[in-house]
Design a protein around this ligand. Sequence first.
Ligand SMILES: Cc1cc2nc3c(=O)[nH]c(=O)nc-3n(C[C@H](O)[C@H](O)[C@H](O)COP(=O)(O)O)c2cc1C
Length: 367
Amino acid sequence: MSKLQANRISRTNYHLGNFKFQAKQVLRIITPPEIRHKLHPLWVGLRMHPVMLMPNHISNYVYDLRRFLKWSSANYKINTQNQLRAIITKDYHRIEKGLALKNPRVGFGREVIQRLLSNLLKHQEKFGSDETIQIALNTLFAYYYFNLEQDLKDEQLYKTLIKLQEKIHTSESKTQQGGVFKITKGYILKSAEIPLQAFFESRYSIRNFASNDVEMNLIEQAVAMAQKTPSVCNRQSSKVYVFSSEEDKRKVLSYQNGNRGFGDQANKVLIVVSDLENFTTIGERNQCWIDGGMYAMSVVYALHSLGLGTCCLNWSVEPQVDMALKRATGIKDSESVIMMIAVGHLPDELKVAQSPRKKVHEVLIVK
Ligand SMILES: Cc1cc2nc3c(=O)[nH]c(=O)nc-3n(C[C@H](O)[C@H](O)[C@H](O)COP(=O)(O)O)c2cc1C
């Protein structure tokens, strides 16, 4: 949809809204109160009729569509470094995944390798090097050595990789990451040996915080833990904004409708976002909500593990409010707000909502 069409729909929506308002004013003047009283349910029914709601629904979807087309590379236009980096990450991760299979096919993924090499060159020319580029290159070397071990010697690939390595070698890009490594069942079982049920059950949405400061290093620790959250092709689209000053917290919470009575006690307010520049096909149009939602869950559990209280705060808003928050905070248009999280220390005693859960048999469908 073109910008012109999008503008036209939102203008139509605006005029319809205006028309509805004026019609209401006229009706108020020309109808006696008792008739008005009788007409009221009819008016409410009319207002809530799907046809009347449609323009607003469409303009909300147009907002999402405009942002997705502008910032993702689903339209095959790659303008920003983030978009190119996302495509590089997607491709080098394909190779990592291939190498992690039980029996990788010798010489697999030729097309991906070619595209990755050409995108690495493009990145180098347009934006220089960074850690992602080095990781991608390390993965390509791992691919080369895997094939070599299987008696497939690809001289041409090796020469290209060496040339690329010479070009991209910078001080920030020194990392050994990329490729695969071996781990054992014993390591996983030992590390995962924690009473997780009690951990899950003791997390509540906290709406009553103690007044002491939440140290920034706790937020940093939680975000470091959340970095291990799975994401589509490891593209890691999520970020966390932290608001600490009274003024900033008040400002961001004023755009959110579910924090009345406790938001002002939160010592930190986090905003979790997912950047649309990481998504590459129209099939990924909802991926930001999944990756960002999972990331937010990790942040909440990580904060819980550090003894802090949290309350997720919905971002179920229409475009005007979304844009207003972004203007007020500097959150980018390309970033979709997943949720806010109120964070604070726990008081010694507190009440929590019971929030009873459905039974397992209601949600577990065994086919
Ligand atoms: C995305 C999301 C948005 C939420 N928004 C709000 C909110 O705006 N205000 C609020 O008080 N609680 C909010 N909650 C908390 C839920 O009410 C709570 O998670 C649910 O009732 C389960 O309770 P529990 O978290 O204590 O287990 C939200 C939760 C999620 C996951």
